[in-house]
Design a protein around this ligand. Structure first.
Ligand SMILES: Nc1ncnc2c1ncn2[C@@H]1O[C@H](COP(=O)(O)OP(=O)(O)OP(=O)(O)O)[C@@H](O)[C@H]1O
Length: 611
């Protein structure tokens, strides 16, 4: 039953692989199919042409009779050579196109889910790692490689059939005598290869560790320690041990396979000998000609050639995990089709309402937010403060719709954001996450991120984020790649990167975003720069609501409202003066930071110091 299910799945994947050939491009795939077909039938044609040449020589009636069969034979040989020369580049073109289309589908699949809940599941992450199909060993194959191998496997049977037809013309019984052992030969070789494959795959974790230890010796950072602590011998021995643990069973299998070669040789040798003897005897007795003998001998050999190569099966086997992961990922993300929405952009900045919002992360039993209630008026600059782990970033992720509240709702002008639709709602947001992405792109691309370029707005955003001074020092200004890995690129400091993403968020506001969320956007900036940025943000707050998370209380004191989060709830809320007058937790935190600052320390509250 299980075996049947497994067979059915393998068959389904094989069909999928054939279907993928569509992505290889019409012309290239047609050419590849033609090459495979020709490769399949050429041995039989060569057999017929050779026989015709031999036959015409035997008649001894001058050279004219031999010209046509000789030309045919030469044509078959030349076509065979040409085809094998263009087969490889054609297959590379098809494979890369199929792989590109596959990666596009995977990216589309991964972004299909409107929240990131499902993507955070370890099982889904494992599937994505497999489905990305980046082979690092010979046993792993890409969908492109699997797909062309599957086609070659199918076409192989055309070769078998054409050679069998040629044999049948001489004597029908030669067909089973040769084809049955050829199948047995194939099954045997295939079994050996797949066994070899399985044994190799079983030790993959040792192989990975062998690779890791091998790379360690050559890596600059680790190289420092290896030299200082004299670890070279230990590193090389550990690597060697992993290599040997992986390869020993593989080598044993190689010896076993070599010893079993005699059976394969018998499977080829005996039927061929039978066929050769039968035809030889008949020719001897005048029942057959030398030409027929030639055709039978060549076609008989071609039968084994057609069935002999088993590497295509290994390639198909190598892509099975990728296709299985792809199918599993499709089912895992099936319920997360994008919310289709045609909601029009908001005409004004909305009032934001967190209505009794509770939240716990999927798979966790701890409530991060517990019935949180918060209203934010349009154009307000609200500072969210609180200890590490209080749930500030979580609140912004809920606002962005990356997770859905476990209870309660988040509303914009009274409308639940799920009703507006996440795609439409996110157009209204500009968010700088704490763990923002540093794209190895130009400064301009890092700020615009695919949006239309409005250079005047870009320049203004850079000024407001304090990025203009950095920009002026970049060798190619806006066009400078922000990565040393790119030609002419530069590496920015942590603070300079924050200025880039601040510029990104401000540019989004200039292009119409109504809510700006900044999660510790200034943590790496020096106090003076942070203060200036904050001043500018305060001015920006007239066009958009700004929600700012910060640990530096001296900076956020100018916010319209400061909200102190703790234990999943709002502990205190008000202006700086109101909260200081309250003399509660905020006042404590502020006083400690102010004291530290006076003493010359950084004014950032470190984890565990307070509350
Ligand atoms: N993806 C996640 N899965 C499970 N728990 C998470 C996840 N992300 C955050 N948490 C937990 O949620 C709690 C709140 O985290 P959050 O990042 O919202 O805090 P924060 O107030 O922004 O802290 P910080 O000031 O350090 O940035 C923390 O205890 C954290 O461990």
């Amino acid at each position: 039953m299980v075996l049947n299910d497994e067979r059915r799945e393998r068959l389904r994947i094989r069909r999928q692989l054939v279907g993928l050939l569509r992505d290889g491009g019409g012309v290239a795939t047609a050419l590849f199919c033609l090459i495979q077909l020709a490769n399949g039938v050429l041995p039989a044609l060569t057999a017929l042409a050779t026989a015709a040449v031999v036959g015409s020589v035997g008649h001894g009636t001058g050279t004219s009779r031999i010209v046509v069969p000789l030309t045919l034979l030469a044509a078959a040989l030349i076509v065979g050579q040409v085809l094998s020369a263009i087969q490889f580049p054609t297959s590379l073109v098809i494979q890369s196109r199929i792989d590109l289309a596959h990666r596009e589908r995977v990216a589309e699949l991964a972004s299909r889910s409107s929240t990131i809940t499902v993507l955070e599941q370890p099982a889904v992450q494992d599937l994505i790692a497999t489905v990305n199909a980046e082979p690092s060993t010979w046993i792993e194959k890409t969908p492109g490689q699997g797909s062309t191998a599957q086609l070659m496997l199918i076409v192989r049977y055309f070769g078998l059939v054409s050679s069998a037809l040629v044999l049948a013309r001489f004597s029908w019984w030669l067909v089973p005598v040769l084809v049955v052992p050829a199948f047995a030969y194939r099954a045997f070789a295939q079994h050996q290869w797949l066994n070899h494959f399985t044994i190799w795959a079983r030790g993959i974790s040792h192989h990975r560790r062998y690779q890791y230890w091998g790379k360690l010796a050559a890596a600059p950072a680790e190289g420092k320690e290896i030299r200082v602590f004299g670890l070279d011998e230990w590193v090389s021995r550990t690597g060697q041990n992993h290599g040997l643990t992986h390869m020993r069973p593989v080598w044993e299998d190689d010896y076993r396979a070599a010893r079993a070669k005699w059976l394969q040789s018998v499977l080829v040798f005996v039927p061929l000998l039978l066929a050769f003897l039968a035809v030889g005897i008949q020719t001897e007795h005048g029942h057959s000609s030398l030409a027929t003998e030639t055709v039978v001998l060549t076609a008989a050999w071609a039968v084994f050639q057609a069935m002999g190569n088993t590497f295509d099966s290994v390639a198909v086997q190598g892509v099975m995990p990728v296709m299985r992961a792809y199918n599993a990922l499709t089912s895992a993300l099936a319920d997360d089709a994008p919310a289709v929405t045609d909601a029009a952009p908001l005409s004004h900045t909305p009032t934001l309402t967190f209505d009794d919002v509770s939240f716990r992360y999927p798979g966790s039993s701890r409530d991060i937010l517990k019935g949180l209630a918060l209203d934010i008026a349009p154009g307000d600059l609200v500072a969210l403060v609180g200890m590490n782990g209080a749930g500030k970033s979580t609140l912004t992720k809920l606002l962005a719709g990356l997770y859905e509240p476990t209870a309660g709702s988040i509303r914009a002008d009274g409308r639940d954001i799920t009703e507006i639709g996440y795609t439409a709602w996110r157009r209204e947001l500009a968010i700088v996450f704490q763990d923002f992405v540093r794209y190895p792109l130009s400064a301009r691309e890092n700020v615009a991120l695919g949006a239309d370029i409005d250079q005047a707005a870009l320049d203004a955003a850079a000024r407001e984020a304090g990025f203009d001074e950095v920009l002026a020092r970049l060798p190619a200004g806006w066009d400078t790649p922000l990565s040393k890995e790119r030609a002419g690129g530069v590496d920015l400091s942590g603070g300079q990167w924050q200025q880039v993403v601040l510029t990104r968020a401000i540019y989004a506001v200039k292009r119409g975003a109504k809510v700006l969320v900044l999660d510790e956007p200034t943590a790496h900036l020096d106090v003076r720069t942070e203060f200036e940025v904050f001043e500018r943000l305060a001015r920006l707050a007239r066009d958009a609501t700004v929600i700012l998370i910060s640990h530096r209380l001296s900076t956020v004191r100018q916010a319209d409202r400061i909200v102190l989060l703790g234990s999943g709830r709002i502990l205190e809320s008000g202006t700086h003066d109101e909260l200081m007058a309250l003399d509660g937790r905020y006042a404590d935190m502020f006083n400690i930071q102010a004291e530290r600052f006076r003493e010359g320390y950084d004014d950032r509250v470190e984890e565990g110091e307070l509350l």
